[in-house]
Design a protein around this ligand. Sequence first.
Ligand SMILES: *[C@@H]1O[C@H](CO)[C@@H](O)[C@H](O)[C@H]1NC(C)=O
Ligand SMILES: *[C@@H]1O[C@H](CO)[C@@H](O)[C@H](O)[C@H]1NC(C)=O
Ligand SMILES: *[C@@H]1O[C@H](CO)[C@@H](O)[C@H](O)[C@H]1NC(C)=O
Ligand SMILES: *[C@@H]1O[C@H](CO)[C@@H](O)[C@H](O)[C@H]1NC(C)=O
Ligand SMILES: [Fe+2]
Length: 468
Amino acid sequence: MGFNNFCSALAYFLVGLILIAFGTCEGGFTSNYVRRNDLSLDMPLDSDVFRAPPGYNAPQQVHLTQGDHEGRAVIVSWITPDEPGSNAVIYWAANSKLKKSVHGIVLTYKYYNYTSGYIHHCTIKNLEYDTKYYYVVRSGNTKRQFWFTTPSKPNPNTPYTFGLIGDLGQTYDSNRTLTHYEMNPVKGQTLLFVGDLSYADNYPFHDNTRWDTWGRFIERNAGYQPWIWTAGNHELDFVPDIGETKPFKPYTHRFFVPYQASGSTSPLWYSIKRASAYIIVMSSYSAYGKYTPQYKWLISELPKVNRTETPWLIVLMHSPMYSSYVHHFMEGETMRVMYESWFVEYKVDVVFAGHVHAYERSERVSNIAYNIVNGLCSPVKDHSAPVYITIGDGGNQEGLATEMTQPQPSYSAYREASFGHGTFDIKNRTHAYFSWHRNQDGFSVEADSLWFHNRYWKSMEEQSVAVS
Ligand SMILES: *[C@@H]1O[C@H](CO)[C@@H](O)[C@H](O)[C@H]1NC(C)=O
Ligand SMILES: *[C@@H]1O[C@H](CO)[C@@H](O)[C@H](O)[C@H]1NC(C)=O
Ligand SMILES: *[C@@H]1O[C@H](CO)[C@@H](O)[C@H](O)[C@H]1NC(C)=O
Ligand SMILES: *[C@@H]1O[C@H](CO)[C@@H](O)[C@H](O)[C@H]1NC(C)=O
Ligand SMILES: [Fe+2]
């Protein structure tokens, strides 16, 4: 026994040495997890997940997002295929019999030779915080009932759990990702979606019926909890050759966001508060240089974040600023040069991005010292910097980005080319637990995880220790 113990101690020591060697020479950890190398095929049009609900002109593609800045409103969107039908949403609190009704708007759009169904958007305002509501959308006699739960009033200590999915598409893998998110014992209350939704643009003439199938696919989740939208490159649908010159046309008609509530002039960038988090959504595919609308909005937005009210500051964008994969390498670089110093100055906790079809988590680093002549252009450890997480691994038909730059840069803490989803589980003002679940393990295994210590409150505590 003694000898065996000695042997295992020695073995652990050697493994430790090897890990240290890798840690110092090659940066972080590249998972050697062996994936099944099957193609990510789109689910066929007659799949169960794409089935239209029964009944003439039945409302379909029901989805929710937050409808104001504070979390007291919800935007309910749905599509009726044959005629406009009712514009109203009927809703009531679970603990009350008083039914209320609110009317929204209906619109349609054309894309090349496609004509959309009747797209309804209806904002329910002045909801009670922390309350479960039922709601009904209808057309004629066909009624469909769903529910949602409002968050608490923005305040520093409410636990709140966000799910994270990016680049989802509509393959068998997309369905696995969504199923694992739904089955995760850590129950996501709101989904942060980091862009690239349907991948309809990979079809001839950007066949927009694949936007409709996607809407029906996600309804089973997005009809019950808000999905917070970020625009990706697959939302551009910009094809001058077929006369489609208005970028983001299908996306902006189908997915409304409460951008005006945060003083934004475009649905492509905006912010919301939700319980203990402040979420800033940015657009990688809109102008962001100095003097542009997005720049002007962000520079006045960041100082408004009150970390006493909402301690957790989360930024979403599609193209990652830090990614060590070969695919899309350095595409986020110009935005990094523009905005990274602000993220450090305002102590952003975490930046989530998609675009690269894989998973990666950075160390807390910054690269903001360069001034053309000083040569200081490498990332350095920085306790005020956010963690950058790429979660573009929803499972779309383009497949995984498996090729990585070598060696792994020291800023990269963990990278792995597998499909999966994440959860960001806020416990209180100071602590949040992030975990990433690869699809191959089912829903219960965390392949990577990290305790987050709130950047703002951690530095406040360190300062008060230093003073006293
Ligand atoms: C649109 O045009 C394409 C190419 O000509 C064709 O295959 C498709 O059936 C058309 N769709 C509609 C709705 O007319
Ligand atoms: C998608 O996932 C759901 C839930 O796991 C399952 O019921 C359904 O059959 C799946 N559909 C396809 C086409 O994989
Ligand atoms: C920040 O939020 C706290 C808590 O809601 C509030 O007491 C304080 O007045 C706010 N600060 C500012 C500058 O608005
Ligand atoms: C915040 O949550 C963490 C993790 O659950 C816990 O260790 C810590 O004591 C909590 N802090 C407060 C003030 O409750
Ligand atoms: Fe993308």
